[in-house]
Design a protein around this ligand. Structure first.
Ligand SMILES: *Cc1c(COP(=O)(O)O)cnc(C)c1O
Length: 386
């Protein structure tokens, strides 16, 4: 990791094409590769589900940006998570996960992988005693083999101490997985803090333009990496060439985009505090956020995501969510355009009625890279209209 982040983002895995000198790695939109004799491959390329040069370039870029030895890219964040869990665990193993993980992650583990014999318990990851107790308790049939955390978490923006969790995981012989989607590798590198595996929904900040779905698993452990590579090939939830190409294109500008996301978000969070319609602003860049000091230690900046609780309850939250015009009402996050989300009915509808349910007066903003004045004016008119 001798070069700076932005240099790696632009150049890692992006050598000019060997045949033509094309400066940008081409979109190898092909499902198979000609053989020069039976089993005589050119540069190892055989079949698209196995390997593709466009996907390889993205995987090299992702590994370089997390400071890792291995990266695997998938068709979605959840496909990446599924492959990781199937590769790392076996039936009867137990996962301890944050009680505010992404709703789709909880659904995957609790509704799909439970049928494969994986049990789970959800705890407050910022409470280290609770984590230790849940890890020690294990599952009904087996030991805790994995700890899963998101920091900052979605949508409550809780910050968890990655290095402390890594110690708990090491003591228990479990694998610590950090979902680094919200921070992106520009703001936080969990492997350097002691985590074993990083997962990303590259659909979000890494792709950055809301035009490609994808996911990634990034790690150093070669033995586990081989297992993940096998599941990736054997199951085939790989990123398609076009998606990989778009994601690489987006990832090159992650640093410059993220600087702007963070700058806009900090201003908006401070401005929201001045509004009487606002009960609470959840943004780690605010000094009174409970995770502020920890975030300042383990992240480079505070990110582009803000959650807001409104004094007017559910009705006010719904009203604001539907009234913005520059902020588009949509699921997802991390794109150049600002997005508005009402988690209780949108991104977190899958955890409604469970312990992971989110407050009904909460809206979540993914702050884009537009001009700050336009974003503030848009939020002001939406709040005025409650
Ligand atoms: C979106 C998201 C996922 C799932 O990724 P997909 O690409 O939608 O499958 C996982 N974790 C977090 C934090 C997310 O925001």
């Amino acid at each position: 990791m001798s070069q700076g982040f932005n240099t790696r983002a632009v150049h890692a895995g992006q050598e000019p094409d060997g045949t033509t000198g094309a400066v940008v790695v081409p979109l190898y939109q092909t499902s198979t590769f000609a053989q020069d004799g039976i089993g005589v491959l050119r540069n190892g390329y055989e079949y698209g589900r196995g390997t593709n040069p466009t996907r390889d370039s993205l995987q090299t870029q992702l590994a370089a940006l997390e400071g890792a030895g291995h990266a695997f890219s998938f068709a979605s964040g959840l496909a990446a998570e599924d492959a990781l869990i199937r590769a790392a665990l076996a039936p009867r193993d137990h996962i301890v996960l944050g009680n505010d993980v992404y709703g789709g992650t909880y659904r995957l583990i609790n509704k799909v992988l439970s049928g494969w014999g994986i049990s789970n318990s959800a705890v407050d990851m910022s409470d280290q005693d609770a984590v230790r107790a849940a890890v020690a308790a294990g599952g009904p049939e087996g030991k805790t083999r994995m700890i899963w955390v998101e920091t900052p978490s979605n949508p409550m923006m809780k910050i968890t101490d990655i290095a402390a969790l890594a110690q708990i995981a090491r003591d228990a012989g479990a694998v610590l997985v950090v979902d680094n989607t919200f921070a992106s590798p520009y703001l936080q590198n969990p492997l350097a803090l002691g985590a074993d595996v990083v997962v990303h929904s590259t659909t979000k900040y890494i792709g950055g333009h809301s035009d490609a779905s994808g996911g990634a698993v990034v790690l150093n452990d070669t033995e586990l990496a081989e297992k993940i590579g096998f599941v990736q090939f054997a199951v085939g939830a790989v990123s398609a060439p076009m998606e990989a190409w778009l994601t690489t294109r987006g990832l090159k500008t992650l640093g410059v985009r993220m600087d702007r996301h963070c700058e806009n978000a900090q201003h908006i969070a401070e401005w929201l505090l001045t509004r009487p319609e606002v009960e609470r602003v959840l943004y780690p860049g605010l000094p009174d956020h409970p995770g502020h000091e920890l975030a300042a230690r383990q992240m480079r900046k505070f990110g582009g995501m803000i959650s807001v609780q409104l004094t007017g309850g559910e009705a006010a939250a719904r009203s604001v969510a539907e009234a913005t015009r520059v902020f588009t009402l949509a699921e997802s996050l991390g794109g150049v355009e600002s997005l508005m989300n009402y988690p209780a009915e949108m991104t977190h509808a899958s955890v409604k009625g469970t312990a992971l349910a989110v407050p009904e007066n909460l809206i979540r903003l993914s702050v884009g890279i537009e001009d700050l004045e336009d974003l503030l004016a848009d939020l002001a008119q939406a709040l005025d209209g409650i």
